[in-house]
Design a protein around this ligand. Structure first.
Ligand SMILES: [Mn+2]
Length: 333
């Protein structure tokens, strides 16, 4: 655990009355599970809570009541409120402040800034921060925090949100970040009312048709490089439009590509609506993809990382492959 620690966070939360919650753009199951769990838990503590999630929220996570609980305060009202009241801003699962997307300036306007995360690359951008790089997910860190503050307040809905984050970030307890404690925490959350079969059905068997179609298109567009050690693929604006999928529906494509035998790394280039390219990396067999993402100002974990490149897709690919050449080159075939 790095930073001022969970005790300091717990102390600030107990003292707070008005809390704004934040998480990273392209919010995944851990990000959404974190802000939903925090919203419910802080409400149970009697706090006034508003959560600000950038972009559109993936529809597969609606079962967490994301429509009712998140983005409930309009931006103009939030900006006015934070200017007059003492608002505690809490960021969960975001590795740096830029990842808060369109809500970054709102976060920075707060009276105090708390950061809870599990990304090793997080430098700790709040005055009070707790970063547990050994935790599989931010939800695992939050479970520790909630147990520290008051375990009695963890009801079945909060347990379900936390379990969702655990399942999402560990790939259903399959990835290298699954430690014995993750399974212990999972078991405890099930005891508290999380339903493993219901949650996995909601996450993995409730995708919009367009999302599955887009995955198929991306698999079809993929190619193997560096003697089959790397699989590279794309999600272009055209593919998104043809599929009818949302930007947020691309989660799962990298997981599909990493199934291929012999691959050490997955690189997925996604054309963003703002003209930049989001690059997602996944590593296998300990192949460190974080060093590639950080070379372009990104971050993440050794086996799962990402960065944003401000260029067209072709240029982004040229730059990433030049970096990959350093580790796997010279031959790209
Ligand atoms: Mn996470």
């Amino acid at each position: 655990m790095r930073g001022t620690g969970l005790d300091a966070i717990a102390w600030r939360i107990r003292a707070a009355s008005d809390v704004f919650l934040f998480t990273h753009e392209f919010a995944d199951g851990d990000a959404l599970g974190s802000v939903v769990a925090l919203t419910l838990y802080l409400q149970a503590m009697g706090k006034t809570v508003h959560a600000f999630v950038p972009g559109q929220i993936q529809s597969v996570y609606r079962f967490l009541a994301t429509d009712e609980l998140l983005n409930t305060m309009p931006a103009v009202q939030a900006a006015a409120h934070i200017g007059t009241a003492h608002v505690t801003c809490l960021s969960a699962d975001a590795a740096d402040v830029d990842r808060l997307g369109e809500w970054k300036s709102l976060f920075l306007s707060g009276a105090e800034h708390l950061v809870i995360d599990h990304h090793e690359t997080n430098a700790g951008f709040g005055e009070v921060f707790a970063i547990d790089g050994s935790a599989s997910s931010c939800c695992e860190v939050l479970f520790d925090l909630f147990n520290l503050i008051d375990p009695q307040l963890i009801d079945a809905r909060i347990a379900s949100a936390l379990y969702t984050g655990l399942v999402a970030d560990t790939g259903s307890f399959q990835y290298a970040n699954t430690r014995a404690l993750s399974l212990v925490h999972g078991a405890q959350l099930v005891e508290l009312g999380a339903s493993p079969d219901e949650i996995s059905r909601c996450i993995y068997e409730s995708k919009p048709y367009g999302s599955v179609w887009l995955m198929a298109a991306s698999v079809a567009a993929s190619r193997l490089m560096y003697g089959g050690q790397v699989v590279v693929s794309y999600v272009t604006r055209t593919m998104l439009e043809d599929s009818g999928a949302l930007d947020e529906d691309t989660e799962g494509i990298t997981d599909e590509l990493r199934r291929i035998a012999g691959t050490k790394a997955v690189v997925l280039f996604k054309e963003a609506s703002d003209g930049s390219v989001k690059v997602s990396f996944r590593g296998k067999y300990g192949f460190d993809v974080k060093r590639i993402a950080t070379a372009f100002g990104g971050g993440g974990h050794v086996l799962a990382a990402g960065c944003t490149i401000t260029s067209d897709l072709g240029e982004a690919e040229v730059r990433i492959l030049a970096e990959l050449d350093r580790y796997l080159g010279p031959s790209r075939t």
